[in-house]
Each structure stands twice: as structure tokens, then as C-alpha cells.
Design a protein around this ligand. Structure first.
Ligand code: EPU
Length: 302
């Protein structure tokens, strides 16, 4: 989608929003899949309500992009524009046990920076790609850690109220790969309250998690992490593996040989290939196990 409306184009400099024309989402997502659209990079949180008012008044659909690491975007000219927060400098500020982190901050860098300041708790999240905003929205987790456990408060754009608000941790429900944020809320910043731990001890935890991940996940390949959520009490990866589906492909979309819940783009996979592979695997699992796997990956298809 191309923004042509003068009212919007003229307002962008004042709002500190930078327009990039016809950006390929394949370049902005870890799967390397997705069509093109205009990208609006936001350099000031406080501009968001006015920017969204402008877009809504001109009937321009939009979506918020975080780090693009858990996302499958359809092919071709996209019927929406994409908004993304620009990374401020600094993006992480540490005072005592509190780390104030911009949503655009890289999650891995945040874990490491906190560690260097003797703040632990986040070790399990090392190696989870993406931004802190994306991790918050999904309540990212790994190796027994989930980010929601450490949230003291969140600054967000609340779509329902059309304004920027602060929520305390207790006002938000963080469940397995699910939060009480609305789909069109936009994460802006978070205060994490973290336990004090000596750096060397945190580093040891980080090393263990890195090793486990390297041993079981296809890290060098283009993927969106796990495609399906684990159903209660079971592992989607194990079920897909048990059905002998590693290596199953549609075009260049392929079930990883290393971890069956990772679907990789082994070359020039299209969104259509990946969606067909997801549907095929879901159907096979449903047939044998009677379980309907729910997507973990977020799909932008309209
Ligand atoms: N397994 C297989 N074959 C496979 C994959 C897994 O038999 O191809 C077995 C493993 O041997 C293990 C069990 O299934 O006994 C669970 O596997 P794993 O420890 O890899 O964990 P997972 O449940 O598949 C979850 C998260 C990952 C996270 C890891 C580590 C989900 C959907 N996945 O995977 O998160 O990194 O635990 O904590 O919750 C993600 O969210 O994108 C993601 C990758």
C-alpha cells in the first residue's frame, strides 16, 4: 500500500515519523517471507495517537511490526502500511533492580546488558530473537523463564482509548504465549524488576541455555521459531516428529530436520507455500492425535 494522501505526508516530519517507500517485509522478518508496503518509522512515542488518527481518517489500514521474528506475512502488494518504533539511544536504562526498556530494544541485548549490571532472571530468554515489545506482547518464554514474570509496568498505546497509558504488572495477565493486551495495542516501553545475581552466575545460566538451544533448534536457518503452540501437557514438536514429518515440504517451505515445530524457509519459500505446509501438518496431527494445533506464529494475511 502506498500513502499518497497529502494530509499524512505533510504531517510526518512534525510527528518525527520517517516514511520508507515500498519496503519488502521479507527483509524485515526472520522467515524472509512477505510482500511490500510503505513503512512508517516512529521516532517519538507521543506522536502515535495523532499518527493513528490521521491514518484512520484517511482509511489506511496499518499493522505494528516488532522484530519480525515470529511473523508470517502474505506475498505481493500488502493491503496495509506497517508501523515500527525506531530504537532510541539509550534503549535500556538501569537503576537499582529496575531496567527501563524501550519496546524497540533487542531482547538478547537487553538480557546481556542486565546481566552485566548483575541483574538476572532473564537467562532463559537468551537466543529468543526479536524486540522486547514483541516478547512482551506474546509473553515470550523458554527454559522455564517467561518475560511476564518480571514486568513491573508497561507503557503502551491503548487502541481502545486511543491514547498512551501505563499499566501495572498486576493489571496484565501473562499466560503461556498469551497476554491480555488487545491485538491493536502497541507496546512502547516496560519496566522490568529483576533479581540481583552475580554476573558470572548469570553467564553460566546463559551458556547452558545457549547450548540447549544450539543442540535442538535450527538456528542458522530462516524460521519464525516454533510454528504451533504446545497443546496442554504435550509437545507439538514431538507429535510432528513422531508422524515422521521432518523434511516434509511445500516448495521451499520445509519442516526442519532438527526440530519438527520449526518450519524453515530453505530458499525462496512464499507465504502461500508456508501456509499450505502449516495447514497440511495441522491436518495430519488432527487426524492421528485428535488435537487441533494452534498457531504460535502470527500471520498477517489481510
Ligand atoms: N521433540 C522431539 N522432536 C522434535 C522436537 C522436540 O521429539 O523434533 C521432543 C524433545 O526431545 C523434548 C520435547 O519434544 O522431549 C520438547 O521439546 P523442546 O524441549 O525442544 O521444547 P518445545 O516444547 O518443542 C518449547 C518452546 C520453544 C522454547 C523451548 C525451550 C513452544 C511452542 N516452544 O519448545 O519456544 O525455545 O521450549 O524452552 O512453547 C518459540 O516459542 O518459538 C520457541 C521456539
Amino acid at each position: 500500500m502506498r500513502i499518497e494522501e497529502r494530509k499524512i505526508l505533510d504531517a510526518l516530519p512534525k510527528l518525527e515519523v520517517k516514511l520508507q517507500r515500498s519496503v519488502s517485509l521479507a527483509r524485515l522478518t526472520s522467515l524472509g517471507i512477505g510482500g511490500s508496503t510503505d513503512l512508517l518509522r516512529i521516532h517519538r512515542h507521543e506522536s502515535i495517537p495523532e499518527l493513528l488518527d490521521l491514518l484512520d481518517r484517511q482509511g489506511i489500514a496499518h499493522k505494528f511490526l516488532g522484530g519480525g521474528s515470529n511473523l508470517l506475512v502474505i506475498d505481493g502488494e500488502l493491503p496495509f502500511v506497517v508501523l515500527q518504533l525506531a530504537q532510541p539511544d539509550p534503549d535500556v536504562v538501569i537503576e537499582g533492580n529496575i531496567a527501563t526498556v524501550d519496546a524497540a530494544a533487542d531482547l538478547g541485548r537487553t538480557v546481556t546488558l542486565c546481566a552485566k549490571n548483575n541483574l538476572g532472571g532473564l537467562e532463559g530468554l537468551i537466543g529468543v530473537p526479536g524486540t522486547v515489545g514483541g516478547a512482551l506482547r506474546m509473553n515470550a518464554g523458554a527454559y522455564g523463564t517467561q518475560i511476564g514474570s518480571y514486568v513491573r509496568d508497561v507503557k503502551l498505546y491503548r487502541a481502545a482509548d486511543r491514547k498512551i497509558e501505563m499499566l501495572r504488572g498486576e493489571q496484565i495477565s501473562f499466560e503461556y504465549r498469551h497476554t491480555s493486551f488487545a491485538a491493536d495495542d502497541m507496546m512502547l516501553a516496560v519496566k522490568l524488576e529483576l533479581p540481583s545475581k552475580p554476573y558470572q552466575e548469570i553467564l553460566q545460566g546463559i551458556r547452558i541455555c545457549n547450548e540447549k538451544r544450539r543442540a535442538s533448534q535450527p538456528l542458522g536457518q530462516k524460521s519464525a521459531g516454533c510454528i504451533f503452540k504446545n497443546p496442554p501437557g504435550a509437545s507439538a514438536g514431538r507429535m510432528i516428529d513422531e508422524l515422521g514429518l521432518k523434511g516434509l515440504s511445500v516448495g521451499d517451505a520445509r519442516v526442519s530436520d532438527r526440530h519438527a515445530n520449526f518450519f524453515v524457509n530453505a530458499g525462496e519459500a512464499s507465504a502461500a507455500d508456508m501456509l499450505a505446509l502449516i495447514a497440511d501438518v495441522r491436518e495430519r496431527v488432527q487426524k492421528v492425535y485428535g488435537v487441533s494445533l494452534e498457531n504460535e506464529v502470527v500471520v498477517w494475511n489481510a
